[in-house]
Design a protein around this ligand. Structure first.
Ligand code: ADP
Length: 257
């Protein structure tokens, strides 16, 4: 894989107690910088804005109001980028913030602008760090399902940017036959070639306090990738160097192929 989209979830960036997982930030920057130096084209899709915002404002729980959540995301987003900029600087890699909405590729004009932006950044070896633009993402009906759903956004980006591989990093080793946070006898499924009703049935919601989509949105992302003959790997982001193993073809996580 030469063009790779990496999506990192809130659960990998924020500890369960709400503290920021600085080690993940650092190891992600280290790993992506090393790959960037090898000539790979990387796009990072990062969640965590609200988690970082909660941390910054010393809040324990996300507020119920969507507007208050959007405000917290706005606070957290700049802090999130500061954390990434610091760590990527350390490894001499330039990054850029790209804020998108789920439907941005649906309109010919914005589609072209976004693609041109990505292509210029990649040509210059800059790693785009993508997040949903939570302030303007107000798709009324869809709001509760798409707000904060970077799983599907990462698949949309991978699809339009013609990436061969999407790596989704979460707080879990992969896709299980039942929610492993609830059932101790859950088994990891190492390869999935088709995502259908059976898979969605065993996909539960988020297991962490700050996570959002849970397994459901990850399966939707996988479905999109499979439909276009692209690969997706779901793996544990607690050590982002797992990306090296994935690219070396080692059997880690769940491969959707
Ligand atoms: P992230 O913040 O990384 O996007 P989420 O908390 O949204 O993570 O989603 C990951 C969680 O999905 C897991 O921690 C787990 O509790 C839950 N989950 C539900 N069903 C499954 C399943 N079948 N296999 C794996 N994880 C599952």
């Amino acid at each position: 894989a030469n063009r790779i989209v990496v999506k990192v979830g809130t659960s990998s960036l924020i500890h369960p107690n709400g503290a920021i997982n600085l080690e993940t930030f650092d190891q992600l920057a280290y790993t992506l910088s090393a790959l960037n130096n090898q000539g790979k084209e990387l796009i990072l899709v990062s969640s965590g804005a609200m988690g970082v915002g909660l941390n910054k404002m010393h809040l324990k729980q996300r507020p119920a109001e969507i507007g208050a959540q959007q405000a917290l995301s706005a606070i957290g987003q700049s802090e999130l980028m500061t954390l990434f900029t610091q760590r990527f600087d350390h490894y001499l890699t330039d990054i850029a913030q790209v804020l998108l909405t789920h439907d941005i590729f649906d309109y010919p004009k914005s589609n072209k602008f976004v693609m041109d932006t990505f292509n210029c950044l990649l040509k210059d070896n800059v790693v785009p760090v993508v997040n949903e633009n939570d302030t303007v993402a107000t798709d009324e009906l869809d709001h509760r399902t798409t707000f904060g759903d970077n799983d599907q956004l990462s698949a949309i980006v991978a699809s339009h940017m013609n990436a061969d591989l999407l790596i989704v990093l979460s707080d879990i080793d992969g896709f299980y036959d039942q929610n492993p946070k609830k059932f101790t006898d859950a088994h990891l499924i190492s390869e999935v070639s088709n995502v259908a009703d059976d898979e969605f049935t065993v996909a539960g919601g988020s297991g962490s306090r700050f996570g959002t989509g849970g397994m459901h949105t990850k399966l939707l992302a996988a479905q999109r990738m499979l439909a276009e003959n692209r690969q997706m790997v779901l793996a544990n982001g607690k050590d982002p160097q797992i990306i090296f193993d994935i690219l070396a073809g080692k059997p880690v996580g769940t491969l959707f192929s």
